[in-house]
Design a protein around this ligand. Structure first.
Ligand SMILES: Nc1ncnc2c1ncn2[C@@H]1O[C@H](COP(=O)(O)OP(=O)(O)O)[C@@H](O)[C@H]1O
Ligand SMILES: [Mg+2]
Length: 145
């Protein structure tokens, strides 16, 4: 599924759809070059789950946890990941055991299991998202208007 993201309102709307469908154990990979809109989409997903405060980019902390009603969500940014073992130290498996994870720069590590892959880009035709994932994520398509 391909979705145009011409402005932040479009990113918020996509975040609301993904956020609404998010369940424990879900991994959402946010892929794309610097500035493609990965953090903005993570922010939109967290906002949709009721996060009111600041949602900083976890560029330096690598991971930021959020308690949302009914679901713990860990927001990762693997850009500065030095070696794959670091990810285990940051508790991704545990994060997925008791909640969901949003992962920027997923290609920096070998991530476990199934995931919703969101490929963000900002080309001459504007910003867009390409979504790909297991069948259960087809709910995003049905929610499309
Ligand atoms: N859909 C969008 N429309 C307009 N600006 C956007 C959109 N998505 C992101 N931006 C802006 O682009 C810049 C980079 O976004 P960011 O989410 O930090 O990128 P990334 O995390 O992929 O490096 C920010 O200033 C952000 O507000
Ligand atoms: Mg970012």
């Amino acid at each position: 599924m391909e979705i145009a993201l011409p402005d932040l309102a479009a990113t918020m709307a996509l975040g609301a759809r993904i956020g609404g469908a998010l369940k424990p154990g879900d991994l959402v990979a946010l892929s794309g070059p610097l500035g493609a809109g990965k953090t903005e989409l993570a922010r939109a997903i967290l906002r949709a789950r009721g996060v009111m405060g600041d949602v900083p980019s976890p560029t330096f902390t690598l991971v930021q946890p959020y308690e949302t009603p009914g679901l713990t969500i860990h927001h990762y940014d693997l850009y500065r990941l030095k070696h794959a073992a670091e990810l285990a130290e940051m508790g991704l498996e545990d994060a997925l055991d008791d909640g969901a994870a949003l992962v920027e720069w997923p290609e920096r590590a070998s991530l476990p299991g199934e995931m919703l892959m969101v490929r963000l880009s900002d080309g001459t035709a504007g910003r867009k998202a390409m979504l790909e994932g297991p069948a259960r994520w087809a709910v995003l398509e049905r929610a499309h208007v």
